[in-house]
Design a protein around this ligand. Structure first.
Ligand SMILES: [Zn+2]
Length: 146
């Protein structure tokens, strides 16, 4: 039935396809529900992303610590020779210890991911071969030993 036409009695009883649709209240309810779901989902997503970064950072620290132990087994130099930034020029970054220099995922992007600076998330070693705590992340990752 076309709008504006009177139609027959049988046509007026059942709504035609052109009358089907949503009322303003129904649309507002749907928008409200979607808004609530987004309001719940965004903080959850941020929390999960932060936890993933922290776990990746701790995994990097453990990998470096393991590499220091392996290096200590077959090295002729004292562990203090490793002190400093763990990047491409570190004694640890070689095929038998660390294939690449790990960097904290919470750090700002690196211009050269294979050779990060400390400001780009490279880790550092102390003179006793200990991985220095990470200063990136919110809250700061610190050390996986904490
Ligand atoms: Zn970190």
């Amino acid at each position: 039935m076309r709008r504006g036409s009177l139609g027959t009695a049988g046509e007026r009883g059942a709504p035609s396809m052109s009358d089907a649709g949503f009322t303003l209240v129904e649309l507002m309810a749907v928008v409200l529900i979607i808004g609530i779901l987004i309001a719940i989902g965004i903080p959850v997503f941020h929390t999960m992303a932060r936890r993933a970064q922290t776990k990746t950072c701790y995994a990097n620290q453990r990998a470096i610590e393991s590499a220091v132990v392996v290096w200590g087994v077959d090295a002729t130099q004292p562990v203090s020779a490793l002190a400093g930034v763990v990047n491409a020029s570190s004694l640890l970054v070689s095929p038998q210890y660390l294939k690449r220099a790990p960097r904290c995922p919470a750090a700002p992007d690196s211009a050269n991911p294979g050779n990060p600076t400390p400001a780009e998330g490279a880790y550092s070693l102390g003179t006793s071969g200990d991985v220095l705590p990470c200063v990136f992340g919110d809250p700061q990752h610190g050390s996986f030993l904490d």
